[in-house]
Structures are given as structure tokens and as C-alpha cells.
Design a protein around this ligand. Structure first.
Ligand SMILES: Cc1cc2nc3c(=O)[nH]c(=O)nc-3n(C[C@H](O)[C@H](O)[C@H](O)COP(=O)(O)OP(=O)(O)OC[C@H]3O[C@@H](n4cnc5c(N)ncnc54)[C@H](O)[C@@H]3O)c2cc1C
Length: 493
């Protein structure tokens, strides 16, 4: 008797409900990963994420081999591939972790229909998030659309449930010896990022280091303050592991709750609570995509579908290549291009700049991020872009427009982040590093950074661009806010 474990974005052996269910049938388990041509060819797929996936599949195969099993690679339409594999193995069932993207839901419905015909049921298990999307609803049974009440309800629901039993990786997995599989794939010539060693052991080690008692900058206890700093590694850098399910989100939440309990002081506790809150943001955006799948193509709030974008291709290219003339924006865009990863603060700054200062459709930025990010995740990325654009779920007003100069001064006070990614600014004094156009000509020559030669002049004037964004968004939002008096603020946090 064989059960198929269909691996998608749950590349882990610990705390995996799909694997546990496949094992509990008591027979053999066929762990299969299917290269889906639709996903490989998608405009939302990128080489860095493929390189990471490739390395992660190798690691998972090695982890399985240590337990007497192996990864069976197949390629093709998932329904056809699974039908074939079910016939080969006479599988009693296929087990997978449920996913929330509209593509995943369509794919899984098609697979389930095919497998019913083959009399092999497809079982989808929770595990992408701590609480399954659909589990946290208002008293009237509606989905939450604002983060804070969702977060409160999510925490209450979690507290009502018995403490989860985190399943360790099994010692042995019996897998039929006679199943063909493709060799482990080479998906891109790019090599995997050294910043994120693949696999669940690396993920769990990084989590353990982050939540241990130390108060250094990359610790959960320093997170409250350090998470925003661009010139320090103040966050967990776990997102690729969550993206590919190498880290159980239940394990991460349990670690955050424990850290809160044993926090040595109020500031440390606040740091750990802030980190837990970010894990809940992750849950929130999965919940939003599940309940409101239209967000993948359109604004959460339909009034904002009417925004008249400038969509200037040259400005977009300048943003993509880190040549806007705003150092903090350009440093972040070059970090993204060179590493496939960015801290949240940098993501917010560049997203605000694209959407508000350049008036470029947030969907262009969303797609570019998906092509670049190792952790590119349909739910979190869409949520982040709509939050930045002010078109999304939260009470995030469209008049939140980040000032790229003050953001830089606040979160990279000495300019070390900017200098790291923009070598042409290496010798620019701290005083001018976030606004090099203010540098007198003599200083430009002395620092080897002549504006318009070595580094571009600003693509737009921020104050003018801000005024343009406000009027453009206000025009689109008029039906939404008529009769409501709104104060216009510049948010710098
Ligand atoms: C425009 C934009 C696009 C984004 N795109 C993605 C994306 O494609 N994939 C992705 O995982 N995150 C995305 N985020 C959220 C966030 O920036 C990253 O999760 C975070 O920077 C990852 O770094 P970390 O692991 O060090 O996070 P930490 O700060 O250590 O947080 C721990 C974990 O919580 C989750 N998390 C943190 N912040 C958020 C958030 N705002 N929304 C949802 N989950 C969060 C992540 O899984 C993260 O690994 C985006 C944010 C913005 C503003």
C-alpha cells in the first residue's frame, strides 16, 4: 500500500501534516515533486527563486535519502502526472498541504477531479499557515479586512486550541524502489544565494539563533528597535524558508511565544511581540488572498482601480536598475538585483517611491518583485504592494507617502547602507549621502561623485511628485471618501 506525498511549497520533514497523513496509512510513501510547466513559464517566476528551489530540492532529497527514501521528480501537468503515478503505485491517496493562491486552487480542483475518476482521493491538509485561512472570522462569519482586529481574533483562536504537537522529522520513510524519476533539475544557470543555505536544518538553526537570549542586533529581543535599520541585520531573514515551507510556521510561532514568556525586560518583550505580529501579518495576507482572490489582479478597494497611472517605461527602468537619483531607493533596488532579498523597510521605501513618486501601477512593481525575490510569495507580496499603494485592505491611507530623504536619514543615519550598495557614493560625506544633489560642486569633485555623471540627478522632485500623487489618488478615491474629512499627513515611520 502506497500513499503519495505531493510536495509543493512544504519542503520539510518536520511538522508536516501531509507527510504525517501519508505515513499514517502504514505503508510506503512516494514523495513526489512535479515541475509544473505553467509555473516555470509564469511571468511571476524568477531565476533567483528557481535557483533556491533547485538547491532546496537537492537538500530535501539528501534528507530523504538519510531516511531510506528519495525525492521522485516528475514534470508535466500535475493532474496527468499524479494520475500516472497513482496508477503506477496503486496509491490509496494523495496528500498535500493546502495552498491559497488562485492558481493553486484551480490546479488542486483539477487534480482532485482527475483523481476521483482514478478513485484516489486528494487530501489537502493545513500547514501553510498556523491557522487555516477561513478559520478566523468575525462574529457574523465574515472575513476580517483590517489587520489589528484580525490579529486579536487570531491570537484568541490560537489560545483556545490545545498546544500543537510539533512532529519531529520521521526516522524512516519507506519508498517503493521501482519508481522512475527525473534527475534533480537544473532550473537556471544562476547559483543559489549563499545568504540562505537551503533546507530545514539551516532554517531551524537560524530560528534558534534568532530567538535565543542574546541581545545582539539580530535577536528577537532587539527586533523592536533594529528591524527598521537598513544599516544592520536586524530581522530574522527567515522569509525564504517560510516561502518554501522549510520552516513550520507553528514552530516559529511557538518559539515567539516562548521568547515573549522569558523576555528579560519590557523592551525585549516588546521586540518579541513585534516579531510575533509579523508572523501574524503573514497569516493575514494568506487569509486575504483566500477570501478575496480578486486582489491578485485588482485593487482590494475597487475605487482605486480608477487611478490614472503615468506608467513611464523609462522611469520604471530607472527604478528597476537603481538609477532614480534617490540613494536609499537605488541602494535597495541594487541590493534586490544582486541578492534577491530586501528587508521590509527597504521594500516599503521602494514600493512607495514607485507607486507614489513615479505614479507607476503597483502591479508592475508586484511583478518585478516576484521576478526578483527569493521569498516571492503571492499573498505577502500582493499584500505588501497594496499596503504601500494604499489600495489594500488595511486602513492604510493613500496619503502615506514616504519621503526618501528622511527615510534614509532615519534608518541609515551614517549612510553605510547606501554606500555599501552604491559604490559611486562611497566618498560622499554623511551630510549629503541621502541628498547628493545638495552637494556643492567642489564637494562633488572631491568625493568623485559628480551629479549627472557618476550618479544621476533625481528623476523627480519629491515634493512635486508627492503633490501629484495626492491629487491623482484623491481623484480616484473621491467616491470612497466623499463626505469624510481626511487629514493629510506625511508619514515618516
Ligand atoms: C512591497 C512589499 C513586498 C513584499 N513581498 C514579500 C514577499 O514576496 N514574500 C514575503 O515573504 N514577504 C514579503 N513582504 C513582507 C516582508 O517585507 C518580508 O516578509 C520580510 O522583509 C522578510 O524578512 P525577514 O524574514 O527578515 O522578516 P522578519 O521581520 O524577521 O519577519 C519574520 C517573518 O514574518 C513574515 N513577515 C514579516 N513581515 C511581513 C509582512 N509585512 N507581510 C507578510 N509577512 C511578513 C515573513 O514570513 C518573515 O520571514 C513584502 C513587503 C512589502 C512592503
Amino acid at each position: 500500500m502506497t500513499a503519495i506525498w505531493w510536495i509543493r511549497r512544504d519542503l520539510r520533514l518536520h511538522d508536516n501534516a501531509a507527510l504525517t497523513a501519508a505515513l499514517s496509512a502504514g505503508g510506503a510513501v512516494a514523495p513526489v515533486f512535479i515541475l509544473d510547466p505553467v509555473l516555470l513559464a509564469s511571468a511571476y517566476t524568477g531565476a533567483r527563486r528557481l535557483a533556491y528551489l533547485e538547491a532546496s530540492l537537492r537538500q530535501l532529497d539528501a534528507d530523504l535519502r538519510q531516511r531510506g527514501s528519495r525525492l521522485i521528480m516528475r514534470q508535466g501537468n500535475p493532474a496527468a502526472v499524479l494520475n500516472q503515478l497513482a496508477a503506477e503505485t496503486k496509491a490509496v491517496a494523495v496528500h498535500a498541504l493546502a495552498d491559497v493562491s488562485p492558481y493553486a486552487e484551480r490546479r488542486d480542483a483539477a487534480v482532485a477531479a482527475h483523481l476521483v475518476a482514478a478513485q484516489t482521493p486528494l487530501h489537502l491538509h493545513p500547514g501553510l499557515t498556523v491557522l487555516p485561512p477561513g478559520d478566523v472570522l468575525t462574529q457574523s462569519g465574515a472575513p476580517y479586512t483590517v489587520f489589528t482586529p484580525f490579529s486579536k481574533a487570531w491570537q484568541m483562536r490560537l489560545a483556545m486550541l490545545p498546544s500543537p504537537k510539533i512532529q519531529p522529522a520521521p526516522d524512516h520513510i519507506a519508498t517503493p524502489a521501482d519508481l522512475d524519476g527525473l534527475p534533480l533539475p537544473t532550473l537556471t544557470p544562476l547559483s543559489a544565494s549563499p545568504l540562505f543555505p537551503p533546507g530545514e536544518t539551516a532554517a531551524r538553526r537560524r530560528l534558534a539563533q534568532f530567538v535565543e537570549d542574546g541581545l545582539d542586533e539580530a535577536s528577537i529581543y532587539a527586533y523592536g528597535e533594529m528591524r527598521h535599520r537598513l544599516d544592520a541585520a536586524g530581522t530574522s531573514a527567515l522569509s525564504p524558508y517560510f516561502r518554501f515551507g522549510q520552516l513550520s510556521p507553528r514552530l516559529a510561532v511557538a518559539a515567539a511565544l516562548e521568547a515573549i514568556d522569558r523576555a528579560p525586560n519590557a523592551a525585549a518583550r516588546q521586540g518579541a511581540e513585534a516579531w510575533l505580529s509579523e508572523l501574524i501579518w503573514r497569516e493575514f495576507y494568506s487569509h486575504i488572498l483566500y477570501h478575496f482572490p480578486h486582489v491578485r489582479g485588482r485593487s482590494f478597494r475597487s475605487a482605486y482601480d480608477g487611478i490614472v497611472w503615468q506608467n513611464d517605461p523609462q522611469a520604471f527602468a530607472a527604478w528597476q536598475s537603481g538609477q532614480t537619483g534617490y540613494p536609499v531607493v537605488d541602494a535597495a533596488m541594487r541590493q534586490l538585483a544582486q541578492t534577491g532579498w530586501l528587508p521590509n523597510r527597504a521594500r516599503m521605501i521602494v514600493a512607495s517611491f514607485l507607486v507614489k513618486d513615479l505614479l507607476i501601477d503597483w502591479r508592475w512593481g508586484e511583478q518585478w518583485f516576484m521576478q526578483q525575490l527569493i521569498d516571492g510569495d503571492p499573498a505577502a507580496n500582493n499584500g505588501g504592494w497594496q499596503w504601500s499603494a494604499g489600495t489594500g485592505t488595511d486602513a492604510a491611507p493613500y496619503f502615506r507617502i514616504f519621503n526618501p530623504v528622511t527615510q534614509g536619514q532615519k534608518f541609515d543615519p551614517q549612510g553605510s547602507y547606501v554606500r555599501r550598495w552604491l559604490p559611486e557614493l562611497a566618498r560622499v560625506p554623511a551630510k549629503y549621502v541621502h541628498a547628493p544633489w545638495e552637494m556643492p560642486a567642489a564637494d562633488q569633485r572631491a568625493s568623485g561623485c559628480r551629479l549627472g555623471y557618476d550618479y544621476p540627478a533625481p528623476l523627480v522632485d519629491h515634493q512635486q511628485a508627492r503633490a501629484r500623487a495626492l491629487s491623482t489618488f484623491a481623484a480616484a478615491a473621491r467616491p470612497l471618501i466623499s463626505g469624510v474629512s481626511t487629514a493629510i499627513h506625511e508619514f515618516n515611520n
